[in-house]
Ligand binder design. Structure first.
Ligand SMILES: [Zn+2]
Length: 145
């Protein structure tokens, strides 16, 4: 696996964890202005998820790395992103599977999981690289982290 440096998130939490994953998936952007991205095609997405917090759980984890992989890679790897109707919606541009929205959805799924944990870790950043020359960073607004 490539070891890449990601943009830093500045914060005051004691612990910060980062989980990398590679996701092979197809998508298309169902809009006439999307050009050739309107045709189904594939990427190997490189995803990095940053989670932080001040407290650990009873196993000494901030969050279990395997659980993060299961939530995101386990759901999206080797799929057509447009098929995940609880993540994406081909009729609403706020839910098209663009790189930006893929990053935001990953954030939402991870933070929903973290919200149920008693020690309340926070997802601070989701990095999604779609191609060797293009990536997106999603960060929640300051009040949500
Ligand atoms: Zn694409």
């Amino acid at each position: 696996m490539m070891h890449q440096l990601y943009p830093q998130v500045f914060h005051d939490y004691c612990y910060e964890l980062n989980k990398d994953m590679h996701i092979a998936a197809a998508h298309f952007i169902p809009h006439q202005l999307a050009g050739k991205c309107a045709h189904i095609h594939g990427h190997t997405y490189v995803v990095n998820i940053t989670v932080a917090g001040d407290a650990l759980d009873e196993t000494g984890f901030l969050v279990n790395f395997q659980k993060l992989k299961q939530l995101v890679h386990g759901k999206l790897d080797h799929t057509l992103l447009n098929d995940h109707q609880n993540w994406f919606d081909s009729k609403n541009s706020e839910h098209f599977p663009t790189t930006e929205i893929v990053a935001r959805k990953i954030y939402e799924v991870v933070q929903d999981y973290l919200d149920a944990l008693p020690h309340k870790p926070k997802c601070l950043q989701v990095f999604v690289r779609e191609t060797p020359t293009s990536y997106v960073v999603y960060r929640p607004k300051a009040g949500d982290r």
